[in-house]
Design a protein around this ligand. Structure first.
Ligand code: NAD
Ligand code: WQD
Length: 345
C-alpha cells in the first residue's frame, strides 16, 4: 500500500483545524496534530475518528516551546507540509492582552518556520484573515487590495505574520507558502461530531445566535442599523467551515504539485456573497424554525461596515469553491449547538 503523505497541523484540535484534519484524512492524507489545548479539548480527536474512522496522531505541545516542537518533527520524520492554525484569536481579548497575542501568534510562527527550514520542509499554509483588508475601498475585495492599518493587536499579528512569511521567502529560504485569508467561518460538520466551542460569552455572531436560540442568552444584540448598507446592518461573507477546510486540502495539493507561481501567494477564502446581520437572522429563523429574539443596539467599536470576498483567484488557481448553502450551514451550526447542550428536537 502507498504511504499516505503526512501533514503537520498546528492548532488541529481547534475549530477550523479539526474540520481540516477530517478533510485531509478524507482526501488520503495522514495528519499529525500539534496543539497545546489552550482553546480546545482532546475529545475532538474522538469526534474526528467517529467521522473518518481514523484517529489522528496527536502531540500536546506548545508551538512556542521550540525544543518540544523540534521533538514533534523528530518523532514524525516524514512530514511533507504544515498547516499552521495555532494562534490566539479573540479580537477583544487582544486589545486587553496585546503581549499575549504578539507572543503566541508571532513566536509560534517563527518556531514553525525555523524548524521547517532547518529540516528542508518547504510547504507551508498559513491561517490569515480578511481582517488584513480593514474596510476595503472596492468590493468584492481582491487579494491585491492594500493591507490597511490593523484595528486590533490580533489583526496586527496576522499582518505581521504575513510579512514574516514574505520576508523569509524573499531572503531566499526554500519556503513555498500560501496565505489563506478566511472571511467569516461559521457552521459545523454536518454530523455534529465536531464544531466550534466558544469560551464564555461568544463575540462572534453565529455562536451568539445559536446560544440565544438555545436559551443560554436572553437576546441577540445587533450592533448597529445605521450603516450605509441596504438594511443598515453590517455585511460579511460567511463561509462554511467544511468548505473552508477543503480549501486547505486544495492549498496543500497545489503546493505539493508545484503549481504555485510565486514562493508566497495569498488567496481569499469566501463565498463571494455578502449577507447583512439582519439577513442572517432571517435566514437562521427560516432554515431552523428556531425562535431568535433580538434587539438593535449601538455600533460595536472597531467593526468594519461591509466586506465580502472576490474568491475567483482561489476558484481558478486552487480549483476550490464554496458549495454549501447558507441554509445548510446555519442548520449545521444549530445542530451542533443542540448536540452540545443536549437539546432534543
Ligand atoms: P481555535 O482557537 O478554535 O483553534 C486554534 C487552536 O490552536 C486551538 O485548539 C488552540 O488550543 C491551539 N493553540 C493556540 N496557541 C497554540 C500554541 N502556541 N501551540 C499549540 N497550539 C496552540 O481557532 P480557529 O477559529 O480554529 O482559528 C484557527 C486559525 O484561523 C487561527 O490562526 C485564527 O487566527 C485563524 N482565523 C480564524 C477565524 C475565525 O473567525 N475563526 C477567521 C480568520 C482566521
Ligand atoms: C459579524 C457581524 C458584528 C455579534 C471577527 C474578527 C475577524 C475574523 C472573524 C479572525 C458584525 C455583528 C456580532 C453580536 C452582532 N476573525 N454582530 N451581534 O467582526 O466580522 O470578524 O471574526 O481572523 O478578524 O474581527 O465577526 O462574528 O464578530 O461579527 O450584531 O452579538 O455580526 O457587528 O457586523 P467579524 P463577528
Amino acid at each position: 500500500m502507498m504511504k499516505k503523505p503526512l501533514i503537520l497541523v498546528t492548532g488541529g484540535a481547534g475549530y477550523i483545524g479539526s474540520h481540516t484534519v477530517v478533510a485531509l484524512q478524507q482526501a488520503g492524507f495522514e495528519a499529525v496534530i500539534v496543539d497545546n489545548l489552550s482553546n480546545s479539548t482532546v475529545e475532538v480527536l474522538s469526534g474526528i475518528a467517529r467521522i473518518t474512522g481514523i484517529r489522528p496522531h496527536f502531540a500536546q505541545v506548545d508551538c512556542c516551546d521550540r525544543p518540544a516542537l523540534a521533538g514533534v518533527f523528530d518523532a514524525w520524520p516524514g512530514i511533507v507540509a504544515a498547516i499552521h492554525f495555532a494562534a490566539s484569536k479573540s479580537v477583544g481579548e487582544s486589545v486587553h492582552q496585546p503581549l499575549k497575542y504578539y507572543h503566541n501568534n508571532l513566536q509560534s510562527l517563527i518556531n514553525m518556520l525555523d524548524e521547517m527550514l532547518h529540516r528542508g520542509i518547504a510547504h507551508f499554509v498559513f491561517s490569515s484573515s480578511c481582517t488584513v483588508y480593514g474596510q476595503p475601498d472596492r468590493l468584492p475585495v481582491t487579494e491585491d487590495a492594500p493591507v490597511k492599518p490593523a484595528i486590533s493587536p490580533y489583526g496586527n499579528t496576522k499582518q505581521i505574520c504575513e510579512e514574516i512569511i514574505r520576508d523569509t521567502a524573499a531572503a531566499g529560504f526554500a519556503l513555498q507558502s500560501i496565505l489563506l485569508r478566511y472571511f467569516n467561518p461559521i457552521g459545523a460538520h454536518p454530523s455534529a461530531e465536531i464544531g466550534e466551542l466558544p469560551v464564555g460569552v461568544p463575540q462572534n455572531l453565529v455562536p451568539f445566535i445559536t446560544q440565544t436560540a438555545a436559551g443560554i442568552r436572553k437576546e441577540l444584540s445587533v450592533f448597529g442599523n445605521d450603516y450605509a448598507t441596504p438594511d443598515g446592518s453590517c455585511i460579511r461573507d460567511y463561509i462554511n467551515v467544511v468548505d473552508l477546510a477543503r480549501a486547505h486540502v486544495s492549498a496543500v495539493n497545489y503546493l505539493l504539485e508545484g503549481k504555485n507561481t510565486a514562493p508566497v501567494e495569498a488567496f481569499n477564502i469566501g463565498t463571494g456573497r455578502g449577507l447583512s446581520v439582519l439577513e442572517l437572522i432571517a435566514l437562521f429563523r427560516q432554515a431552523t424554525g428556531a425562535a431568535l429574539p433580538f434587539k438593535i443596539v449601538g455600533r460595536r467599536a472597531g467593526d468594519i461596515e461591509q466586506v465580502w470576498a472576490d474568491p475567483r483567484k482561489a476558484n481558478s488557481a486552487l480549483g476550490w469553491q464554496a458549495t454549501e448553502t447558507i441554509e445548510d450551514t446555519l442548520r449545521s451550526a444549530w445542530k451542533w449547538e443542540k448536540r452540545i447542550r443536549g437539546i432534543n428536537d
